[in-house]
Design a protein around this ligand. Structure first.
Ligand code: NIG
Ligand code: FE
Length: 401
């Protein structure tokens, strides 16, 4: 079965090779076609529909079905490459305390760990599914989901299996923090790290694609450079691909380690030296910025302009989690990237789609081009620019095909 979607006022393809794209600085890199159509085909039990044709509406081929979007815009579905959606518990009071000046130090993670351990599987599944559908309703069609609020072998496996029900982009984050029961002594901390790279990794690796570590010497419960290296190397040896939480709360070794080990992405990147920026620029590692975190912790925003001007690949994601940013909204991240991080609207949209796909090493999403997955988001407005322009207004949602 094929479906023709016509009447697209503006189609963002992210395809630099597309014929007849709008050619001006406002649309740079977006491959925008006006008065466009797409044809989608396939889709069944095991395979997602794909894009079969893209172009001007007046040249569209016939299809089995056809709908008109009556001048609305279409963009590639957002790729949220960083989230922590498997959790229970409430930390709204911690947010309120931060708004009156209490700094974030990662300590509140244990509140979520306790609540998540206490929750049964159906409850966690329901919460997870609600969060994923909240994301879809705001235009997100791919999400990465981490464990990291279980921190026992059994609880981490439980989180990863649930995450696998909603996405293939599943990340083992046993090295989120040292859990409360292992904070009594240096020996207890070392034993926890041994567990993470040993029995926990063995049990978790079959359920995950990625391994991540909270590399943050500024937090007493997160991991330093050597500990992080150990986690990442063990994960790589177990067949997992690498991503890193780094340089969130202060300068540190996260970025250099991520680049050295060939991680797909290093996320946060709030505190960077010139050497960090240089290392990223010459690497295949994406810098994923999470501006909702700075919004919700009152930290300074990362300097996206500095990174882009140096030639670094920059993605943006929500980091949706109960502590540093309980927002599932990619449109909000785009608006913050534009308003607070010096990105142009076109740079922010690419960061939320095609570069975020790169942060997940995915080549089948993030663009609207022949052969790509048919992951489209519908903008209830004549231009994609309304995504940051109409901040806080639900103008974009995943298109159900
Ligand atoms: O990405 N930085 C570490 N982990 C999360 C926050 C987790 C939490 O506070 O619950 C983050 O910001
Ligand atoms: Fe995170």
């Amino acid at each position: 079965m094929s479906m023709l979607i016509t009447g697209i006022g503006e189609l963002v393809t992210n395809d630099g090779t597309v014929d007849g794209a709008v050619d001006d600085p406002l649309h740079a890199g977006l491959g925008v076609i006006r008065d466009a159509a797409v044809v989608l085909s396939g889709g069944g039990e095991d395979s997602a529909p794909t894009v079969e044709w893209v172009g001007p509406a007046d040249q569209a081929p016939a299809a089995d079905w056809s709908i008109s979007l009556e001048g609305r815009a279409v963009v590639p579905g957002f790729v949220d490459s960083h989230s922590h959606l498997v959790f229970d518990g409430d930390r709204s009071a911690e947010f309120a305390a931060r708004m009156s000046g209490t700094p974030y130090d990662g300590g509140g993670i244990t509140v979520t760990v306790e609540a998540t351990r206490a929750a049964d599987r159906p409850r966690l599944r329901e919460l997870l599914q609600q969060r994923v559908s909240e994301m879809r309703s705001q235009g997100t069609t791919t999400v990465e989901v981490k464990s990291g609020y279980g921190l026992t072998v059994e609880d981490e496996v439980k989180a990863l299996r649930l995450a696998r029900e909603v996405t293939p982009e599943v990340t083992f984050l046993g090295a989120h923090v040292v859990p409360p029961e292992a904070r009594g002594s240096a020996a207890d901390r070392a034993a926890y790290l041994d567990l993470v790279v040993g029995e926990m990794l063995t049990a978790c690796a079959p359920h995950a694609r990625w391994i991540d570590v909270f590399c943050e010497p500024a937090s007493p419960h997160a991991f330093d450079g050597e500990e992080s290296r150990r986690v990442l190397e063990a994960g790589r040896d177990a067949g997992l691909e690498l991503r890193v939480h780094g340089n969130q709360l202060g300068h540190g070794p996260g970025v250099q380690l991520a680049v050295e080990l060939g991680a797909a992405s290093v996320d946060h990147c709030t505190y960077l030296t010139d050497e960090d920026v240089e290392a990223l620029a010459g690497s295949g590692t994406v810098a994923t910025l999470l501006p909702g975190v700075e919004f919700s912790t009152r930290q300074p925003y990362p300097d996206a302009r500095r990174l882009l001007d140096a030639g670094v690949q920059v993605a943006i994601a929500t980091d949706c989690n109960p502590g540093t940013c309980y927002s599932s909204s990619m449109p909000l991240m785009i608006a913050l990237a534009v308003r607070e991080m010096g990105m142009t609207p076109a740079e922010a949209l690419r960061a939320a789609t095609v570069t975020a796909a790169k942060a997940l090493r995915r080549t089948d999403i993030g663009r609207i081009a022949v052969g790509q997955r048919a992951d489209l988001a519908l903008v209830d407005a004549p231009s994609w620019l309304h995504i940051p322009y109409r901040v806080g207004v639900p103008v974009v949602r995943a298109l159900e095909v």
